[in-house]
Write a protein of this length. Sequence first.
Length: 77
Amino acid sequence: MKITYDPNADILQIAFFQGAVEETTQISRGVILDYDGDGRVVGLELRKASQRMDNPYEVSYLVGTANLDKPQPKVSD
């Protein structure tokens, strides 16, 4: 997975898989999904990211299965 943020365009991009994008769909204003030839979501683009999240430069992730009802530990560098 690769996460990039372009502050000039204010776009956050998340690539889940490497590969060619065959289709792109805007699922909500400023939220775009990229699909490969098999219909898998390979990427997500979030426009006006600084207005949609606390800090587009900060990235954290959870390890294991997420249970959204319980607080999960953060993993950091």
